[in-house]
Write a protein that binds this ligand. Structure first.
Ligand SMILES: Cc1ncc(COP(=O)(O)O)c(C=O)c1O
Length: 501
């Protein structure tokens, strides 16, 4: 757990919300309330056999006495409190629309209309969407780019400090750590510079809900001084898809009441009990057994990494990256394989793995294949993955004279050095404004209503409200010509772009 295990509160081995939902679900109460399937009795038989009886019996609504209604603290309140305790937070909210919901809520709470916030340029799309909802004004700080691998790392404290010194005042600074590739930023350093500037630091730790629960992992952002963090608990810690947590420290730098109201605003009035029960259970497993489970997974991952690194043409990207700009730590639950030496792209390796072994990876790029592990990762598939990868690579590698694949389609170096430091129109006005699709050459000098990111490196080159420049257009055209994918573009061929009328 994020705090000392010896000081573990006695209640961590319980799961009050899961237990209350189970007690109600299974005791045979008469249900004259929603949902209409009535605990499964009224459900389509096919659904009933697919999900099993228990899932439908536990699918209970909000406001059931003894679950989230009754004397304080209700089981629901106790479950959120236990999660807060496990992470060393003052407050936790269970989210039933992913970390996405958390980013929306944070923007609504901290970045109201006309309020300026500092944002890592390659923040998740839900951050920009959050500003569309809230009317806040972003200014951007660039992450570090790794031209060798064609990926982006974290923001450095120095870059954050420089950014905080211009264009403020800022109501909050938002950074992402770890990255999709498991590289953790220097959160402590970032928290120090943010706090010196009088600004709360919010860390999107969607990919690091397990951080702080094993000595070999980076510490959790709240331990490192962040004022709030998001944990996309479903990604690695094992709650059900779409469940996540928003956690706030007791630093007093963020308005807990405002976040409370915002979380409610972006939450259904019928939050899914299965999702919330899975958060309660995942927290229990992490707090009570996490260290041991992680230990087993980390050791199995090390064995797999070692075997993979012996495959001709494959190299492991990981611990040795620590110390590069924007990389202060690393997540051993990610296996990032640099396949450039095989002479084929990561896309090709991933599709061959799928075809031959029914292995589905988290991510493939031009240069890499990324495997994501879970805290209680079954070890057997990990022990066999190197064999399957070696066979796959052997079959698809060009017979001879294989040239090493470039890290990116050759245009990353042309990424405009200074992507718009801030939109010319608030993202909200651009997104909601009247727009038209025009040929990209005619879009130059106009205001984009779209977010467009090229993969690699996954950095949004255009955001809603930004002025379309000739440099950005030719960069995106070069990416498309080189076979890269554009995310977010209404026209992925990038012949047209939607701009404000
Ligand atoms: C950095 C980051 N933040 C937020 C999210 C959104 O998380 P969720 O899918 O739980 O809504 C993601 C999703 O991949 C992410 O990578």
């Amino acid at each position: 757990m994020a705090s000392d295990a010896a000081a573990r509160p006695a209640e961590q081995p319980t799961a009050p919300y899961l237990e209350a939902v189970t007690a109600y679900g299974l005791r045979g109460s008469t249900r004259f309330h929603v949902p209409g399937h009535k605990g499964g009795g009224g459900a389509d038989p096919g659904l009933r056999s697919a999900l099993g009886e228990a899932a439908l019996l536990l699918d209970v609504p909000q406001d059931i006495e003894g679950i989230d209604v009754g004397p304080d603290p209700t089981p629901y309140q106790r479950a959120e409190r236990l999660a807060a305790e496990a992470y060393g937070a003052a407050r936790c909210w269970f989210l039933t629309n992913g970390a996405t919901q958390g980013n929306h809520a944070l923007c609504l709470a901290l970045a109201g209309p006309g309020t300026r916030v500092l944002l890592q340029r390659n923040s998740h799309a839900s951050m920009i969407d959050g500003l569309v909802l809230s009317g806040g004004l972003p200014r951007f700080v660039s992450p570090e780019y790794d031209l060798e691998l064609g990926i982006a790392h974290g923001v450095t404290p120095e870059a954050l400090e420089r950014a905080l010194a211009t264009g403020g005042p800022y109501a909050a600074a938002f950074i992402v750590s770890p990255t999709y590739y498991g590289m953790a930023a220097d959160v402590q350093g970032c928290a120090e510079v943010a706090h010196r500037a009088g600004v709360p630091l919010i860390v999107d730790c969607a990919w690091g809900a397990h951080f702080g629960f094993h000595a070999a992992l980076p510490r959790s952002p709240l331990e490192l001084g962040a004022d709030a963090m998001l944990a996309s608990t479903h990604k690695i810690v094992g709650s059900l898809t779409q469940s996540a947590m928003l956690l706030v420290a007791d630093t007093g730098r963020v308005d807990v009441g405002a976040i409370e109201r915002a979380v409610r605003l972006v939450r259904s009035t019928s939050p899914n009990a299965l999702l919330m029960a899975s958060l309660d259970a995942a927290r229990r497993q992490l707090a009570v057994h996490g260290e041991l489970l992680l230990d087993r997974t980390i050791h199995a991952a090390a064995r797999a990494r070692e075997a993979i690194s012996r495959i001709p043409g494959c190299a492991i990207v990981g611990e040795q990256w620590i110390g590069r700009p924007g990389v202060a730590g690393w997540d051993p639950l990610r296996i990032v394989i640099d396949v450039r030496g095989t002479g084929v792209t990561g896309y090709r390796v991933a599709s061959a793995l799928r075809a031959s072994y029914d292995i589905h990876v988290e991510l493939a790029t031009h240069a890499t294949v990324v495997l994501v592990l879970g805290i209680g990762q079954p070890v057997e598939p990990l022990d066999r993955v190197a064999h399957d990868l070696a066979e796959t690579v052997r079959r698809i590698t060009p017979a001879e004279g294989a040239a090493t694949v470039a890290a990116d389609p050759g245009v990353l170096a042309q990424l405009p050095a200074e992507l718009g430091p801030e939109p010319v129109v608030p993202p909200r006005d651009a997104f909601l404004g009247r727009s038209e699709a025009v040929a990209v050459s005619e879009a130059i000098g106009r205001v984009s209503t779209e977010a467009v990111a090229g993969y690699p490196p996954g950095v949004p080159t255009l955001l809603p409200g930004e002025l379309v420049t000739a440099e950005v257009v030719s960069y995106l055209q070069a990416l498309v010509a080189a076979g890269a994918r554009l995310h977010g573009a209404a026209d992925p061929t990038f012949r047209t772009l939607r701009v404000l009328v």
